[in-house]
Design a protein around this ligand. Structure first.
Ligand SMILES: C=C(O[C@@H]1C=C(C(=O)O)C=C[C@H]1O)C(=O)O
Length: 291
């Protein structure tokens, strides 16, 4: 089989630990298709996939909603939680009553969580704060704001500081108000990449699923890497990875649909997107041709 392409398939990897269970055992060098990994913050990957600078990526679920007509969702991959997520945190310098009509600094690295925060502040709590975008640095953010939203490893590191602020975990608040899962990230592929390079997309997709399966068999290697790179204890990281889910089944989809419904109500998104998965016939056809 000839898998030659004019250029490698470019795959965007969220550099935060929350995506490691899908990426950790994924090795582009073992694939027959030339594949380039691009590691970045979610907001940057959202932009690059939109612009066609990369072909497929883990992106903010909100960013999928905005551009869903150009993408397929890779089935059964996500970053989700049922309740506490531990890495999407609002740090409150002022009391919540003041924050609701005060100023909130939002990390520029996020898209899903900034809109989740707006849903929580405005729809659930009835507030109307002013939002300002900021680099993800807790002390700088709180110099001019009543509260600060951090995500990913920035949130984790900040949660370990002796800061004394009250902290809201947005996964927890969402779950308390809705009883639902929350999906923060999805894996999306540009439709034009699928029509040009179906075999390559299939191979990369299967390899990501295999990596996820291996991670879920033993979080040990991910925990060791996280301790080495970020710090913290083995217990902390086992709990962290244990509280996340990287599947995208009916329960996660139902939570995400509700999120899009509320985002539409608040004018944060133009239309509620259809969650269009990479077509199954495409997968079955290709699976039946496997060596
Ligand atoms: C669980 C997380 O999910 C993430 C939150 C995202 C967002 O807010 O746009 C995007 C991707 C994920 O990194 C996290 O950041 O900790």
């Amino acid at each position: 089989m000839n898998n030659a392409h004019e250029r490698p398939i470019k795959l965007g990897r969220i550099s935060y630990t929350n995506a490691w269970p899908v990426f950790h055992h994924f090795d582009p060098d073992t694939l027959s298709v030339p594949t380039e990994l691009h590691s970045d913050m979610p907001a940057t990957l959202n932009r690059k996939l939109r612009a066609g600078d990369i072909d497929m990526a883990a992106i903010s679920s909100y960013a999928y909603g905005v551009s869903s007509e150009s993408y397929y969702v890779l089935p059964n991959l996500s970053v989700s939680s049922f309740g506490r997520v531990q890495s999407i945190l609002l740090f409150l310098k002022s009391p919540l009553e003041k924050v609701l009509h005060g100023t909130i600094a939002l990390t520029i690295t996020s898209a899903t969580s900034v809109n989740l925060l707006k849903i929580i502040m405005e729809k659930f709590y009835g507030g109307k704060p002013t939002y300002v975008e900021a680099e993800p640095s807790l002390e700088d953010m709180l110099e001019h704001a009543d509260a600060a939203l951090l995500i990913g490893d920035h949130a984790i590191r900040a949660s370990w500081l002796n800061h004394g602020y009250r902290v809201l975990d947005l996964g927890d608040v969402w779950n308390i108000w809705t009883g639902q899962w929350m999906t923060y990230a999805l894996w999306a592929v540009r439709k034009e990449t699928v029509s040009r390079h179906p075999e390559a997309v299939r191979e990369i997709y299967e390899s990501l699923l295999a990596s996820k399966r291996q991670s879920y068999g033993d979080f040990g290697p991910l925990v060791d890497k996280a301790i080495g790179q970020i710090g913290g204890t083995s217990d902390y990281w086992h709990r962290y990875f244990g509280a996340l889910r990287h599947d995208f089944g009916p329960e996660q989809q139902s939570g995400l649909r509700l999120y899009f419904q509320y985002a539409k109500e608040l004018g944060l998104i133009a239309d509620e997107p259809r969650l269009e998965e990479l077509p199954i016939p495409f997968l079955l056809d290709n699976l039946s041709n496997r060596r």
